[in-house]
Ligand binder design. Structure first.
Ligand code: GDP
Ligand code: MG
Length: 203
C-alpha cells in the first residue's frame, strides 16, 4: 500500500453539546480504537467568523445544503417552510453559528487509511433521528430536524466530521497551522498496516 494512503487526514469538531454531555472521551475513544492516529488537537470558543468560514469553505455549500434541506422536507411528505434554497441555508447557518459559538469546542485532526470515510461511518448520518445505531450520533443523541427547525435552532448532533478528502484539506487548513499538526509513528501502526507480523513471536 502506498505510504501516502495511510496518511489521509480528516477534521473532527466536538461541538458544544458534546463537551457539555461529557462525551469527549467517548468520541475520541471511538476514533482511536479503530486505529486512527490523533495528529492535532485544540480547544477554543470559536468566533462567529470562524464558524461561518468553516461552513462556507465550499462555495457550493449554501446551495447544496438548501437543496438537501428542501429534499428532506419533501421526502417526509412535508412542505418546506421556505422554497428558496439560499434563504433556507441562511437560516441553517444562522442557527449553526449561534450553536457553535455558545461554548468551548474541541477541534481535532485524525490520520490513517480512509480516515475521511471511516470517521464518517463511525460518526453516523447528520440527523440523529435516522443515524445508524452504533454510530456516535445514533448512540448518544436523540435530536431531529423537525424538533430543531420547530424550535428555530441547529440540530444537536455532537460532532462535525469532514465529508470528503477535499473538504478535509480545506477544513484542516482553516483550523490548524502547519506546526500544530504532528507527523509521528505509532508502534501500533505495524499491527494495523504491517505485512510481516513475525516480530510478535520473535525469531
Ligand atoms: P454533516 O457533514 O453530517 O454535519 O452535514 P452537512 O455538511 O450536510 O450539514 C452541516 C450542518 O448543517 C449539519 O450538521 C446540520 O447542523 C445542518 N444541516 C444540514 N442539513 C440540514 C437539514 O436538512 N435541516 C437542518 N435543519 N439542518 C441541516
Ligand atoms: Mg458536512
Amino acid at each position: 500500500m502506498h505510504k501516502q494512503a495511510k496518511k489521509e487526514r480528516t477534521l473532527i469538531i466536538v461541538k458544544p453539546d458534546g463537551i457539555q454531555r461529557a462525551l469527549i472521551g467517548e468520541i475520541v475513544g471511538r476514533y482511536e480504537r479503530v486505529g486512527l492516529k490523533l495528529v492535532g488537537v485544540k480547544m477554543m470558543i470559536p468566533t462567529e467568523e470562524l464558524i461561518e468560514k468553516h461552513y462556507t469553505l465550499d462555495p457550493e455549500w449554501r446551495m447544496k445544503t438548501g437543496l438537501k434541506t428542501i429534499k428532506g422536507y419533501q421526502d417526509k411528505g412535508l412542505v418546506p417552510p421556505i422554497t428558496d434554497p439560499l434563504e433556507i441555508t441562511a437560516k441553517v447557518l444562522k442557527n449553526l453559528i449561534s450553536y457553535m459559538t455558545k461554548g468551548p469546542i474541541v477541534v481535532m485532526v485524525w490520520e490513517g487509511a480512509h480516515a475521511v470515510q471511516i470517521v464518517r461511518k463511525l460518526t453516523g448520518g447528520t440527523e440523529p433521528l435516522t443515524s445508524d445505531v452504533g454510530t456516535i450520533r445514533g448512540d448518544f443523541v436523540l435530536d431531529s430536524y423537525s424538533l430543531s427547525d420547530g424550535d428555530k435552532r441547529a440540530v444537536r448532533n455532537l460532532v462535525h466530521a469532514s465529508g470528503s478528502v477535499t473538504e478535509a484539506k480545506d477544513e484542516i487548513a482553516h483550523w490548524f497551522k502547519k506546526e500544530e499538526l504532528f507527523d509521528y509513528n505509532l508502534f501500533m501502526d505495524h499491527i494495523t498496516y504491517g505485512t510481516d507480523l513475525s516480530e510478535i513471536l520473535g525469531n
